[in-house]
Design a protein around this ligand. Structure first.
Ligand code: DNO
Length: 357
């Protein structure tokens, strides 16, 4: 595996490449062209510039998170082919620049959903949190307004203000889209992009729905092992794989994370590893990465990745806000650096133990 950190680009991130470079064992970043809109072609020049910036800081681009999918593709509207053609051109340009991993999601309207961006934990750190009761009591159109005051001024991925301004239209767009339709539209998209992925050896890694169940009555399909299996079978190509996001699949306590990883051997192209603390089945908050701070066994998660020969990029996921840092919720430097060091430590111990057998 390769330990990486997500980085939103120098215009948007409070964390610098120089700081990332100083986290022991981190050699790459997972990044994006944060100012492109879904459906836009990423120019080769813009990709090259980004690459140059990252490489001159002594790091490499280990993958893209995300190249977002235009709603026309998810909804399956008549103009979807135009946007798929653009997506193919973006993939081609990434492939030509030697980038071989793309994380994306197929969630309608909202990307990840949380009801709080800064819930206080007993030690004074703050974390993102989710309460189903709160979701059930708010109007989805006000979802963004209800959390934005705690965003520390950051533009949150998937919650871009110009997108949120059209929230009503977005809901209308998805009115006739159910789970079956969403699966069909995903299949159509994947079938069209697989040839370019084969040509440039690009691994597509779908991100799970977070939380892993329908919110606000919108269909959500990447939620369980059965549904991932269905997705992989419907377009059976090794480049059609997953981002194993422990914190997203783990929201549904029926998902046994190490078992899922083992079942997905060879198709986990990217891993997001973080911990959650459940207060009840439908109220959880994010925790530090350490097993004893939350509800997941991080050793078992890392062991499953190790045992299945996982050799892709991995990143610590959302961290707590600690030590007075002000950054995009979940994406500060300090707690993610602690997370990377801890995950690297687990991996080293597992590796030494296995090799000594
Ligand atoms: C939130 C992230 C998501 C993720 C996208 C992938 O912190 O996990 O925004 O990057 O869903 O497309």
């Amino acid at each position: 595996m390769e330990m990486t950190i997500r980085w939103f680009g120098s215009k948007y991130d409070t964390v610098t490449l120089e700081q990332i470079r100083q986290i022991p064992g981190v050699s790459g970043v997972i990044t994006t062209l944060y100012d492109t809109a879904p459906g836009e072609i990423w120019s080769i020049e813009a990709i090259r510039d980004l690459k140059k910036e990252v490489e001159s800081a002594g790091l490499n681009i280990s993958g893209i998170e995300s190249v977002n999918i235009h709603d026309a593709i998810k909804v399956g509207s008549e103009d979807r082919d135009r946007y798929i053609d653009n997506y193919i051109k973006t993939l081609e340009n990434l492939g030509r620049e030697d980038i071989h991993l793309v994380c994306y999601n197929f969630m309608p309207v909202f990307d990840w959903t949380r009801t709080e961006l800064a819930r206080k934990r007993p030690d004074g750190s703050t974390v993102l949190a989710y309460s189903q009761k709160t979701i059930d009591s708010i109007d989805p159109e006000n979802m963004f307004a209800s959390i934005k005051d705690d965003s520390n001024g950051a533009i949150l991925p998937g919650w871009e203000p110009d997108r949120m301004e059209h929230i009503k239209e977005l809901f209308d767009l998805y009115r006739n889209v159910d789970e079956e339709k969403l699966f069909d539209n995903l299949k159509y998209f994947l079938e069209r992009i697989m040839p370019v992925c084969d040509r440039y050896d690009i691994n597509m890694a779908i991100h799970p729905d977070d939380p892993a169940w329908p919110v606000f009555g919108l269909p959500r399909i990447i939620t369980s092992l059965d549904n991932i299996m269905r997705m992989m079978k419907m377009v059976d190509n090794v480049h059609n794989g997953v981002t194993f996001c422990a914190g997203s699949y783990g929201t549904n306590r029926a998902n046994d994370l190490p078992t899922m990883i083992r079942a997905l051997k060879g198709r986990v192209h990217f891993a997001h590893v973080r911990n959650l603390k459940f207060n009840s089945d439908d109220d959880f908050e994010e925790a530090s990465h350490l097993s004893s701070d939350g509800s997941f066994d991080m050793y078992e998660i890392m062991k499953a990745l190790y045992d299945t020969g996982f050799d892709g990029p991995i990143r610590p996921d959302h961290g707590r806000m600690i030590w007075g840092e002000k950054a995009m919720p979940g994406y500060g430097l300090y707690d993610r650096a602690l997370g990377a060091a801890y995950l690297n430590g687990l991996w080293e111990a597992i590796d030494k133990n296995e090799k000594a057998k």
